[in-house]
Design a protein around this ligand. Structure first.
Ligand code: GUN
Length: 292
């Protein structure tokens, strides 16, 4: 079976095309959608993610500023800054890059973000709206996955969706989204996680598998049924002798899944570009909401 590559690049390009008019309309009203990115510490992966997010904003003629702090910042100082950003009209969205250092309670920091500027959709208010089926801001990676399903006409109704991973950023919200009672969802969703016995028992029954555990090449061809669709959220650095010193691989073992799965998102170029596209879309939405 030839595997179909579900290109996040292709879907994100369609998202940016659709956003053009909305951005032009906002600018005609002297509004430039603005995003504040708060980055704490020196985590190399976070620095790369933040740089690609801000670069995209600037390329699209949007405003973005990264506020960088050393890992020694206190929780109170960070929350003080969030409050300032809540009151700064230049920023329609605020994103605190996760993870934060251990001495900072990430929940307290996220709770300090004005829910109207919570373009990551991590604030309990927004998570509650999502869980009750009336989302406002949906976390970017899960929202991007749903957009991939829409773009490639992958229907979830009547399908068994198995999510591997239960993080607040991906696993839990995508399990809610895929099972919502609405036209483009209606899946039957199972969540597997670190305390699940025999994960392959579940993945072998899945029509659609969403991998979000951060374990390089975890899922093998033998773990799935023929024709399954794989959405791979993992971006894992595996050190090797290549010029960069590492290669990025997903949570799925592409070489053994190829030939067994019917479709799969690549790493890189799959879910990653969709996360950024949905961040842009949520920030444009946040800017539009200031006019209502
Ligand atoms: N860390 C990993 N993914 C994300 C994300 O989507 N948003 C934020 N804020 N931090 C992350």
């Amino acid at each position: 079976m030839e595997i179909k590559i579900l290109s996040g690049k292709e879907v994100s390009d369609a998202v940016y095309s659709a956003l053009k008019n909305r951005i032009t309309t906002l600018k005609s009203k002297s509004i430039t959608p603005g995003l504040a990115v708060v980055l704490v510490g020196e985590d190399p992966a976070s620095q790369i993610y933040v740089r690609s997010k801000t670069r995209k904003f600037l390329n699209l003629g949007l405003y973005s500023e990264t506020i960088q702090y050393s890992a020694s910042i206190t929780q109170d100082e960070l929350i003080y800054k969030i409050n300032e950003l809540n009151n700064d009209g230049a920023f329609h969205g605020i994103l605190v890059q996760l993870p934060l250092p251990n001495h900072i309670d990430g929940d307290m920091v996220i709770n300090a973000i004005d829910p109207n500027k919570d373009v990551d959709g991590f604030h309990p208010y927004n998570l509650g709206c999502l869980a009750s089926g009336k989302p406002i801001f949906i976390p970017c990676t899960p929202k991007g996955i749903m957009r991939i399903f829409d773009h490639y006409n992958i229907t979830l109704s009547g399908k068994h969706v198995v999510v591997v991973g239960r993080s607040n950023i991906v696993g839990r919200p995508i399990s809610i989204l895929t099972s919502l009672k609405q036209a483009n969802a209606n899946g039957t969703t199972t969540i597997c996680h670190s305390s699940t016995n025999n994960i392959s028992y579940y993945t072998k029954q899945a029509d659609i598998i969403i991998l979000a555990i951060g374990s390089p090449e975890f899922l093998k061809g033998d773990d799935i049924k023929k024709g399954a669709i794989i959405i791979d959220v993992g971006i894992n650095r595996v050190t090797d002798n290549s010029p960069k010193g590492y290669t990025l691989v997903g949570d799925g073992d592409y070489s053994s899944l190829n030939g067994k799965a019917s479709a799969m998102t690549p790493v890189p170029g799959g879910v990653g570009p969709m996360t950024i596209a949905m961040l842009v879309e949520n920030t444009v939405e946040a800017a539009e909401r200031t006019l209502r």
